[in-house]
Design a protein around this ligand. Structure first.
Ligand code: OGA
Ligand code: NI
Length: 353
């Protein structure tokens, strides 16, 4: 990707609201160290839950309710694992474009490398490397998730796989704490993630001469259940504050993860925990890397509000059931093919009440 701003970028950028960023009111910072001393309780009404853990569950519930986003520290993921992924990412994205494109995604296989140029995606200023934990092929062969590993750097595969295994454990803990915060048994949601369709991405944002005209990633919501994102020290992630709709820049905190509720938790919780819009701004001088892990259920899962959380009279289900595999593949392929067409959204499954 060159450093000239393509006029098409500018044209697309005109449809965006001008960035306004508020430094006041940051997303909640949550210390997970109580989990180093206590197991996650299985039953939310167990009277023997230590205070430290009750407070943690309450803090997570409040963060999901008020922000849909929070940052965690003392999360149990070894920093060395992330540093190795950052090192291979740096090496990979520094390769010549032809080399990177040897592992590029295409219409059938959604995984591998892509940049905004060859997908003709004029909306975002980024390049990406995507992979999954479990490969997948649709019955009719029209959609495939097959990992493509580059020859260079040779350590890329091992670094990513070891990192993902550790982050997945963190994601399970967070999903259990979120379940408890909804007054559900800790493991209520775990079954959906067996053979899960977790998706791992490395975003690389080159420096951009006109950061006010383009965004690294335009405003969007994450469609999975939960995102666990590592950002580097450059910063650029903006979150839409629920209380007033202002964009708030998330301050980089060393060795922390940014967690956000995705659309599936919004549907499961029947809109109690909303999936919140966010975007990534770019920097004039510095390149930036961000590494999201999208924790998502098995493709065969039919997503709908959890029965325990709805009642016909007081809180009727607000969504019709939808199939996650169908939803995911349709979004991925429409992203690739026709960029101005509207993606499938959870709002399409909203019931008229
Ligand atoms: C994403 C995303 C934000 C960032 O990849 O879904 O929101 O900071 N990235 O790169
Ligand atoms: Ni996102």
């Amino acid at each position: 990707m060159g450093l000239e701003v393509d006029p098409a970028f500018v044209q697309a950028a005109e449809h965006r609201p001008k960035p306004t960023i508020s430094d006041a009111g940051e997303i909640p910072l949550i210390d997970l160290s109580p989990l180093l001393h206590h197991p996650i309780p299985s039953d939310p009404s167990d009277p023997s839950i230590p205070d430290e853990i009750s407070s943690l569950i309450a803090a997570i519930g409040a963060a999901c309710l008020d922000w849909g986003f929070f940052q965690v520290v003392n999360h149990g993921v070894d920093l060395k694992l992330l540093e190795r992924v950052q090192a291979v990412a740096r090496e990979f994205f520094a390769l010549p474009a032809e080399e990177k494109r040897r592992v590029k995604r295409d219409e059938v296989n959604a995984l591998g490398y892509y940049d905004t140029e060859h997908t003709k995606n004029v909306r975002d200023w980024k390049e990406v490397f995507d992979l999954v934990v479990r490969e997948y092929e649709s019955d009719d062969g029209s959609f495939r998730l097959r990992n493509q590993w580059p020859d260079h750097p040779p350590a890329m595969r091992e670094a990513c796989e070891e990192y993902i295994a550790s982050v997945e454990k963190l994601a399970y803990k967070l999903v259990e704490l979120i379940a408890l915060s909804l007054n559900l048994p800790a493991k209520r949601l775990n079954g959906y993630f067996r053979d899960s369709s977790c998706f791992f991405r490395i975003n690389h944002y080159n420096p951009c001469p006109s950061p006010d005209l383009v965004l690294g990633v335009g405003r969007h919501k994450d469609s999975g259940a939960l995102t666990v994102l590592a950002q580097d020290e450059v910063g650029g992630l903006d979150v839409k504050r629920k209380s007033d709709g202002e964009w708030v820049r998330v301050k980089p905190i060393p060795n922390s993860y940014i967690i956000n509720v995705g659309d599936i938790i919004q549907v499961w919780s029947n809109d109690k925990y909303e999936s919140v819009e966010h975007r990534a701004s770019v920097n004039t001088e510095k390149e930036r890397f961000s590494i999201p892990f999208f924790f998502s259920p098995t493709f065969s899962t039919n997503v709908k509000p959890l029965e325990e959380l709805v009642s016909d009279d007081k809180n009727p289900a607000r969504y019709q059931e939808y199939n996650w595999g169908h939803y995911f593949s349709s979004r991925l392929s429409s992203n690739f093919k026709k960029l101005d067409k509207d993606n499938l959204q959870i709002s399409h499954f909203k019931k008229a009440l």
